[in-house]
Design a protein around this ligand. Structure first.
Ligand code: NAD
Length: 356
């Protein structure tokens, strides 16, 4: 098959890590007979330097005409003092909004080889942790009505949590579909004991679940979910939740894996279109030094193959290659431990590509 990819390397370590992901994708193309066409695009600080805007229209247009988007990271010291609307990070919000990316997928996986990086005790980790947090990305309190007003106690500020049936149905379906590709369990997280919007959320999730009798559904209040993630993380497969709860829980789930350079993410829109990026930032402190871990970006490519192109075997091939390289003892600085072999960004990319 032929696939058109929009590639946004961005700033800092972005270009270095994206290069490694493309290296791996090239091998996948060779092995399985796919052709990937790359359109290199500007966004973030480099776009501000070149065009005066963090997200040029051309970038959005080309992304829209592509099958998927690969993003490195944006931002850096150089642009930190610019006014809010001109900051590189505005490119991320702009891309999510303009591309209609409503579902954020954040896997949290503990690799056998990196168990020592997990801050939890071995008996809590158990056999393995493999969680997928599916966060609603374009609704809820971050986008609800807000403002300042005069209240009973004087000046006050407010934000509003609001979810429509349509929004909940859409994210619930995404979660159930993903669960079918995994261990067929969905935990829907809400605060239905207190919030009206959560009661609607729960009602709609239950309704959608009728179309997925093969997937087990359970409900959990967000406070309990936060505790269970550090108490018995092995119980979770797919967690589906709203924007704010998902923001917090996805970071908590990431932390229990212990290594920011290992974590990919996907933001999905309609018709399996998606944007794929590592969860970390542009790491300006190590940019251009061949020190960045490219694995989060490489695993983001695996997510792209799986969720946008339905190429499960190819995705697994990448995940297996990453596992193999880790088993053989190769490590970038961020995941280095005694007795292992320290490698740079480039060599890590080569080693993974060679094992495809
Ligand atoms: P960061 O994720 O860039 O870095 C945090 C720490 O983790 C740093 O010490 C960094 O060296 C390290 N690190 C990050 N990724 C790594 C990797 N792949 N390999 C090895 N080490 C890695 O977060 P920050 O320092 O808070 O932010 C730096 C810049 O990135 C800021 O401008 C911020 O706004 C931006 N940012 C961008 C995104 C994005 O593009 N999605 C996300 C978060 C932050």
């Amino acid at each position: 098959m032929d696939y058109k990819l929009a590639v946004i390397p961005g700033d800092g370590i972005g270009p270095e890590i994206v290069d490694q992901a493309i290296k791996v994708l090239y091998r996948i193309g060779q092995k399985y007979g796919h052709r990937f066409e790359y359109n290199m695009l500007l966004a973030g600080g480099c776009a501000i330097d070149a065009t005066g805007k963090p997200l040029p229209e051309e970038t959005v247009e080309v992304c829209r005409k592509s099958d998927a988007v690969i993003l490195g990271a944006v931002g850096g010291y150089k642009w930190d003092t610019l006014p809010g609307h001109l900051r590189p990070e505005m490119a991320l919000l702009g891309l999510r909004g303009q591309l209609g990316l409503f579902a954020n997928l954040r896997p949290a996986v503990i690799y056998d080889e990196l168990k020592e990086a997990c801050p939890l005790k071995p008996e809590i980790i158990g056999d393995s942790i493999d969680i997928m947090v599916v966060r609603e990305l374009t609704g809820g309190i971050y986008f609800g009505e807000r403002g300042h007003r005069e209240g009973k106690l004087g000046q006050e500020a407010f934000d509003t949590e609001c979810y429509s049936v349509y929004e909940v149905e859409r994210i619930a379906r995404t979660a159930f579909e993903i669960a079918r590709k995994r261990r067929a369990k969905v935990t829907s997280v809400d605060k239905a004991n207190v919030l009206e919007s959560s009661r609607l959320w729960r009602e709609v999730v239950i309704k959608v679940s009728k179309d997925y009798p093969d997937v087990v559904l359970e409900h959990m209040y967000v406070d309990n979910a936060a505790m269970q993630l550090v108490r018995r993380p092995g119980q979770f497969d797919v967690i589906v939740t709203g924007n704010m709860f998902g923001d917090i829980l996805s970071d908590e789930a990431s932390m229990i894996t212990g290594s920011i350079g290992m974590l990919p993410s996907a933001s999905l829109g309609e018709n399996s279109f998606g944007l794929y990026e590592p969860i970390h930032g542009s790491a300006p402190d190590i940019a251009g030094q061949d020190k960045a871990n490219p694995i989060a970006t490489i695993l983001s490519i695996a997510m792209m193959l799986k969720y946008s192109f339905n190429l499960d075997a190819e995705a697994r091939n990448i995940e297996d290659a990453v596992n193999k390289v880790l088993k053989e003892g190769y490590r970038t600085g961020d995941i280095m431990s005694e007795g292992k072999t320290l490698v740079g960004t480039n060599l890590m990319g080569d080693l993974i590509a060679e094992r495809i």
